[in-house]
Design a protein around this ligand. Sequence first.
Ligand SMILES: Nc1ncnc2c1ncn2[C@@H]1O[C@H](COP(=O)(O)OP(=O)(O)OP(=O)(O)O)[C@@H](O)[C@H]1O
Ligand SMILES: [Mg+2]
Length: 259
Amino acid sequence: MNDRELRPVLEGRALCKNYGGLRAVVDVSFEVRAGEILGIVGPNGAGKTTLFDVITGLTPATSGDVLLGGVSIADASVHRRCALGLARTFQQPTIADSLTVLENLYLAASFRRNRREGGRAGDIAEAVRHLDFVGLTDRADTPAGPLGVFDKKRLMLATALATNPRVLLLDEPFGGLNPQEIDHVMRLIRTLRDGGLAVVVIEHVMRALTSLADRVLVMHHGAELFVGTPSEMLADPQVIEVYLGQRHGADLTQREPRA
Ligand SMILES: Nc1ncnc2c1ncn2[C@@H]1O[C@H](COP(=O)(O)OP(=O)(O)OP(=O)(O)O)[C@@H](O)[C@H]1O
Ligand SMILES: [Mg+2]
C-alpha cells in the first residue's frame, strides 16, 4: 500500500447535527479508506441515518466538516457531492417507481462522476454491466414500482454504482432480506470493496456486519460510543450494555423488529 492509498477517501470531522433542541449527531469523527468497509451500528434513533444525511448534504451539518479525497465538501450541494464520488442507498428502497429498471439506471448515470464519451451506446453498455453485477438483467424492462424488496434493494445499489462512486454509503442494505438474500448482497459488497471502493455500511444484522466490516463505529444518543474491530466491539462492556445487551437471547443473525 502506498501513501496515497493510506489516506482516507472520506473523513468526517467533529460532525454535529441539531434538530431544534434534539442533538441527533454529536461530535462524530470517522475516516474510511479505499478498499475498506466501515460499519456503523447503534440502537434505533442513535443518529446513524442522520450522519449519512449530513455526509451527503441532504441536510446541512450544524457544525463540523466532511472531506472527500482530502478536500472539504461541506458547502457542496447533494448533486455536487455525488458528482465528486459520493453515492448512497437509503434505508427504505428509494427508486423511481414509474420508470423501468433500466430507466432508473440511465437517470442515475446522469449524475455520474467523470462523465464518459460514448453517448447512449456507452450508457446502455454500462447499465447492462451494473444490472448483470447485481443480478437484475432479466428485469431490465420491468417497471420498478412493483418489484419486491430484494430486487428494489439491488436496483438501488446498481443506481448508486451507476454514478461511478469512490465512496458507497449503504443504509441498512440487509433490512427485510432473508438469509440467502443477505448472503448475496454481502458478496456484492465484498466484491466492490475488493475493487477499491470505500464502503460505509449501517446495519443491525450483526452476522453480516461483523463479517463484512474492517472497523466498526458504534453510535449512541448521536455520539461515538466505540470504534474498533468487530471482535473488539462484541467484547466491549459498554457496547454490550447499551446495544448488544438488548439482544441477549435474540437470534443475532436476523434483523431485529424495529421499535
Ligand atoms: N428530519 C428530522 N427532523 C427532526 N428530527 C429528526 C429528523 N431526522 C431524524 N431525526 C431525529 O434524529 C434522531 C436520530 O434519527 P436517525 O434516523 O438518524 O436514527 P438511526 O440511528 O438511523 O435509527 P434507526 O436504526 O431507527 O434507523 C431521532 O431522534 C430522530 O427522530
Ligand atoms: Mg436509520
